[in-house]
Design a protein. Structure first.
Length: 405
C-alpha cells in the first residue's frame, strides 16, 4: 500500500521509512547506551567527581532539548534533509572531539555539542512520520521503526561494554562517531525531502511563539507529551544510574553490565512487535492503557524489593525487563500521537515534546548525581515514581484526550 498521504510527497514503503527512522532515532540510544559502560571507567581515568561524571549525561540531554527547539522550526522552514545532513556532520565531529578530551570539563563540552547536533536528527525523524502518514498509520510505522531501534538498544550496551573493556573508554566515543558518519552517508545517498510545503515564516519569532502556543494548548498534545516524558523518565533513570548500580553496587563487569542492558532492550523490542498488532485492535489510547499494566507491575516490584532490602541483580533486572516491555507500547503511540494534530507544524510539535522530555531528563541526572549513595534504594525509588506517573497519565489524560483527530 502507498505510504505517502498525498501527491507530491515521496513514496516510501513502510519498511524503508521504518529503516530510516530507526537509523536516525537510533542515534540517541547509541550516544547513551554505548557510552554507559565507559562511564565508571572514565570517571576514574579523568579523576572526576560523581557530579561531573553525571554531567556528561545531563548536559548531553539538556543540549539535546534546547537543540530541538531550534532545529524543529528550522526543519519546518528549510526542510528535513538539509537539517539532517548538517547536524549529522556536526555530531560525528563532536564525537571525535569527545574521544580526544583531556579532562572531564572538556568532555562535558563535547557531549553538549553532541547533544545539540543529535537533536536535529531526532526531531526531523519524528516530524517525517507526520509528513508521510496519518496518526494511526504513523503509530504503526513508528512501532516498526522502534523495533529496529530496539536492535541498536540491544547491541549498544553489550558492544560498548566489550569495546570499553578491551580498548578503553575513548574508543566508545569513536564508535558513536562512526555511527554518525554512516548515518550521514545513508541520508545523503538515499533519503529524499519529505516536507511537502515549507513554511517560510517558521523561524520568525512571532509565528514561532504562536506555533508553540498552539501546540501546548492542544489537550491531545499535552496528553501524549506527558506520556513521553513520564515513560522516558524511567528509562533515563536507568540510563543515568544503572551503570553505577550494576557495576558499583552489585559488582558486574562492564561487559556483563552491557549484556544486562541489552537484555532489557530485547523486552522493549518485543513489545513494539505486539504494539503493531494492538493498535488496529484497541486504538492508540487503548494500547497504551494496556501497556501501563506492565509499567505498574514494574513499579510495584522494584519499589517492593528495595523496601524489603533485597540486594540482588535480579531484584533490579527483572523489574527493568518489565518496565522496558511497557515502554515499548508507550513510545510508538506517544511519538506519533504528539505530532498527529499538527500536519503543518510537526517540527514545532516534535521539538516541544523533545525539549520538555530533555528538561526532565536533565533534572533526573542532576538528582541522581547527588542521591546515589552506594545502595540500590534511590535508583529503585526514582524508577518507581516515574512508573506510577506513567500509569496515571495513560489511564487519565490519554484515555480522555488521546484519540487521533
Amino acid at each position: 500500500m502507498p505510504a505517502a498521504v498525498s501527491a507530491g510527497r515521496p513514496a516510501m514503503s513502510h519498511g524503508g521509512a521504518a529503516f530510516v527512522l530507526a537509523l536516525l532515532m537510533g542515534l540517541q540510544p547509541a550516544t547513551t547506551d554505548i557510552y554507559l559502560p565507559a562511564l565508571p571507567l572514565l570517571t576514574q581515568a579523568l579523576n572526576a567527581p560523581m557530579v561531573l561524571a553525571q554531567m556528561t549525561m545531563s548536559v548531553l540531554i539538556l543540549a539535546f532539548g534546547f537543540g530541538q527547539m531550534l532545529w524543529g522550526p528550522v526543519a519546518d522552514r528549510y526542510g528535513r534533509r538539509p537539517v539532517l545532513v548538517g547536524t549529522l556532520l556536526a555530531y560525528a565531529l563532536a564525537s571525535v572531539g569527545g574521544a580526544m578530551a583531556g579532562s572531564i570539563e572538556q568532555l562535558v563540552v563535547w557531549r553538549g555539542l553532541q547533544g545539540f547536533a543529535m537533536a536535529g536528527s531526532v526531531v526531523c525523524s519524528r516530524a517525517m512520520v507526520r509528513d508521510l502518514y496519518q496518526p494511526v498509520e504513523g503509530a504503526q510505522v513508528m512501532a516498526l521503526a522502534l523495533s529496529g531501534l530496539g536492535v541498536v538498544a540491544i547491541l549498544g550496551p553489550a558492544f560498548g561494554g566489550l569495546v570499553t573493556a578491551h580498548a578503553g573508554w575513548r574508543m566508545a566515543l569513536v564508535v558513536v562517531a562512526v555511527y554518525g558518519a554512516v548515518a550521514l552517508a545513508i541520508v545523503a545517498w538515499r533519503v529524499p525531502e519529505t516536507l511537502a510545503v515549507k513554511n517560510p515564516h517558521a523561524t520568525a519569532i512571532g509565528p514561532m511563539l504562536a506555533n508553540w502556543r498552539d501546540v501546548l494548548s492542544h489537550p491531545g498534545f499535552r496528553a501524549w507529551m506527558l506520556l513521553i516524558v513520564t515513560s522516558y523518565g524511567g528509562i533515563f533513570t536507568y540510563l543515568a544510574g544503572s551503570s553505577f548500580v550494576y557495576i558499583g553496587v552489585l559488582g558486574l563487569s562492564p561487559g556483563a553490565y552491557g549484556l544486562a542492558m541489552g537484555s532489557a532492550s530485547a523486552f522493549y523490542m518485543a513489545a513494539t512487535f505486539v504494539c503493531r498488532r494492538w493498535i488496529p485492535r484497541y486504538g492508540m489510547d487503548g494500547t497504551v492503557m494496556r501497556g501501563a499494566v506492565f509499567t505498574l507491575v514494574a513499579a510495584v516490584s522494584v519499589v517492593g524489593l528495595a523496601l524489603a532490602g533485597v540486594k540482588s541483580i535480579w531484584a533490579v533486572l527483572i523489574p527493568q525487563w518489565i518496565y522496558c516491555f511497557g515502554h515499548g507500547f508507550h513510545m510508538p503511540c506517544a511519538q506519533a500521537g504528539s505530532v498527529g494534530p499538527f500536519p503543518h507544524k510537526a517540527g514545532a510539535a516534535s521539538a516541544m515534546s523533545g525539549f520538555i522530555m530533555a528538561l526532565v531528563a536533565f533534572a533526573i541526572g542532576k538528582w541522581l548525581g547527588v542521591s546515589l549513595d552506594g545502595t540500590v534504594q534511590p535508583f529503585a525509588y526514582a524508577l518507581g515514581f516515574w512508573a506510577f506517573m506513567t500509569c496515571l497519565v495513560a489511564w487519565t489524560l490519554v484515555r480522555r484526550h488521546g484519540q487521533p483527530g
